[in-house]
Design a protein around this ligand. Structure first.
Ligand code: EPU
Length: 339
């Protein structure tokens, strides 16, 4: 005991990828379950568990305790000739974990290369990119119930994964800390997901007609680097909004007014519309208001050019929501967590 340090009035600027200023009343990092339990035993009101801060917009100072998950370690849980179960600590950074898998030729997460954030945060919003979501490789996770300290194992069905969604964003929001996540990966015969247009084009450009895990990871990295800003250079939290889904009736009226509207069929006549397109059509792409802006290469990404406050970014987001609603009758919903 006595190993954790609770800091008062800690700036969170370095702990959110938007790089906005906000203070936490108390702040503590933990690198083990024991350290987490020790922090919780102080009985300070918990504001939230922090991961990489890459899906977060802080719009105010935080009252209560922010506890940062720094539980590390990657471990093989079990394996057969063809597949392997690998687990990683909740505080492990996601991309280095993917790199570890790629280096060992374990297949399944290569399309999720270069996503910011941590392993522990990944299941909360069922991270996804280029045709793969974490639910596709998820085996189980272990999480500590913050009110009791009891550790529970969640299987995939318990997590109720949806599009950028899980039980941890719904009924169990704020109730658990994810300690470790285990993934089922391939050792032989990887099932590569190369159907996405952007991937096909990049593989042609790379002159790799028959990709393996490593070249597919490289293709994803190049695509992301070409249109998503690096948070270390330009503050951002990836896609700011979810791509909205509309029903058949709404889609047919939209399609009449906007014949070139892009859409992906979700079954039963429902269509998903890229929010980036909606935002671009409203004239926001590349627009800037003070230091808050809509990224010039991807309208779905909001950026902080330096000194923007969380409130300024939120005001920009709200102005975008209002204009998309006025033009298309669609209400965009933020993907990032607003605090
Ligand atoms: N588009 C535009 N203008 C833009 C941006 C996009 O017209 O400025 C249209 C184009 O029609 C384009 C389509 O939107 O073809 C899709 O764009 P993109 O492939 O960039 O993907 P996205 O739908 O904007 C989603 C995820 C990303 C993920 C990519 C690739 C969400 C909210 N976002 O973005 O995830 O990397 O697909 O799979 O689902 C994230 O969640 O933070 C994230 C970056």
């Amino acid at each position: 005991m006595g190993t954790v340090r609770i800091i008062e009035n800690q700036s969170l600027r370095a702990y959110n990828t938007f790089g906005v200023e906000a203070k936490a009343q108390w702040f503590a990092a933990f690198n083990s379950v024991d350290a987490l339990r020790e922090i919780l035993s102080q009985k300070l009101p918990l504001a939230f568990i922090l991961g990489g801060g890459s899906n977060l917009l802080l719009t105010r100072d935080v009252s209560g305790l922010v506890a940062k998950n720094e539980i590390s370690g990657i471990q093989v849980e079990s394996e057969t000739a063809d597949s392997i179960i690998v687990s990683a600590g909740g505080g492990v950074d996601w991309h280095p974990f993917v790199q570890w898998c790629v280096a060992h030729r374990y297949g399944g997460v290569e399309n999720l290369s270069l996503i910011p954030g941590t392993v522990g945060a990944a299941p909360i919003q069922n991270i996804g990119a280029y045709g793969v979501e974490i639910k596709d490789v998820f085996e189980y996770l272990e999480a500590l119930k913050l009110s009791t300290g009891i550790i529970r194992t969640f299987r995939a069905a318990d997590c109720r994964f949806g599009y950028r969604d899980s039980v941890f964003k719904q009924e169990l929001k704020g109730q658990y800390c994810i300690l470790k996540v285990a993934f089922r990966l391939t050792k032989t015969q990887p099932r590569l997901h190369t159907a996405y247009g952007a991937i096909q084009e990049m593989l042609v450009e790379m002159e790799v007609p028959h990709p393996d895990i490593a070249t597919l990871s490289e293709a994803v990295i190049r695509i992301r680097n070409s249109k998503l800003p690096d948070p270390a250079q330009l503050g951002n939290a990836g896609s700011f909004f979810k791509n909205p889904e509309v029903d058949a009736a709404q889609f047919s009226s939209l399609h009449q007014t906007f014949p070139n509207i892009p859409h992906y069929s979700m079954g039963e006549g429902r269509q998903k519309i890229p929010a980036g397109w909606l935002i671009e059509q409203c004239g926001w792409k590349g627009k800037r208001s003070g230091d808050a802006g809509c990224y010039k290469k991807q309208a779905l990404v909001l950026v902080n050019y330096g000194q923007a406050s969380g409130q300024e970014i939120l005001a920009l987001a709200n102005a975008i929501i209002a204009s998309v609603e006025a033009k298309f009758g669609i209400t965009l919903v933020p993907e990032v967590n607003l605090i």
